[in-house]
Design a protein around this ligand. Structure first.
Ligand code: 13P
Length: 255
């Protein structure tokens, strides 16, 4: 399968960092440092209060707006939550769902992840579904079992057509923010494993269309090797996306 037929995506996850007042300076620096005609889709997933500033800055650039979470509900009495419609209204295109930090610190279970995927799709957003094993699960040899369960649960009830528009990010928890990257071989094998799962359940056409990203300490130095793997279609980048020059180098590495 020619990887070029899939969308390459380089997505930054700012997590709970930066301020709205810094967004313009950041995007100017990124625009100056990155290739004028990047071959990949560029996404920045920022905290909700920063979205309007990002949408403003993104208007004249190749940057697409992304959010880091959304409510599984359409509207109503859900204090603190943000709906798909609210994100769409601000020009958001992508939304991260099921990030390991949400699973770990907010008790987000697989059924909630699935409800959020459904909600994102119904609201016209592209879900970036995060899966990945912890260090302990990896040591116990549970990586494939766990990742398979997370993928299947997240996609439960999603149609083959809708799945073509989804993005999956393999983010081993032990590699997030630790500087310990999975080797390109390991990461590529797991992204291929996820593609095979999709192939079994949804058919080859769908599995060939879904973009699968790697996340976990990806940086300007290791990006090219990771992105060269046939089943790695892009990256979900935390720390290194906070520095526009580093993020630009990763975009450049995507070709
Ligand atoms: P780091 O790139 O900081 O390891 O974070 C990865 C991540 O969690 C992206 O969602």
């Amino acid at each position: 399968m020619d990887k070029k037929l899939r969308k390459a995506i380089i997505a930054g996850n700012w997590k709970m960092n930066m301020l709205a007042s810094g967004v313009k300076t950041y995007s100017e620096a990124l625009n100056n440092a990155m290739p004028k005609e990047p071959s990949c889709e560029i996404v920045l997933c920022v905290p909700s209060p920063l979205i309007p500033a990002l949408a403003d800055a993104a208007r004249a650039s190749r940057i697409n707006s992304g959010a880091q979470d959304l409510s599984e509900h359409e509207s109503g009495a859900y204090t603190g939550d943000v709906s798909a419609a609210m994100l769409r209204d601000l020009g958001v295109k992508y939304v991260i769902i099921g990030h390991s930090e949400r699973r770990a610190y907010h008790g987000e279970a697989d059924l909630t992840v699935n409800a959020k995927v459904t909600s994102a799709l119904a609201g016209g957003l592209i879900p970036v579904i995060c899966v990945g094993e912890t260090d302990e699960q990896r040591e116990k040899g549970l990586t494939e079992t766990l990742v398979a369960f997370q993928v299947k649960a997240a996609l439960c009830g999603v149609s083959a057509d809708a799945l073509k528009g989804c993005v999956i990010a393999y983010e081993p928890v032990w590699a997030i923010g630790t500087g310990k990257t999975a080797t390109a071989e390991e990461a590529g094998r797991m992204c291929g494993f996820i593609r095979d799962l999709i192939k079994k359940d949804f058919g080859e056409k769908v599995s060939n269309a879904v973009s699968i990203l790697y996340g976990g300490s990806m940086n300007a130095k290791n990006a090219a090797e990771l992105l060269a793997r046939p089943d790695i279609d892009g990256g979900l980048i935390g720390g290194a996306s906070l520095k526009p020059e580093d993020f630009a180098l990763i975009i450049t590495a995507a070709g």
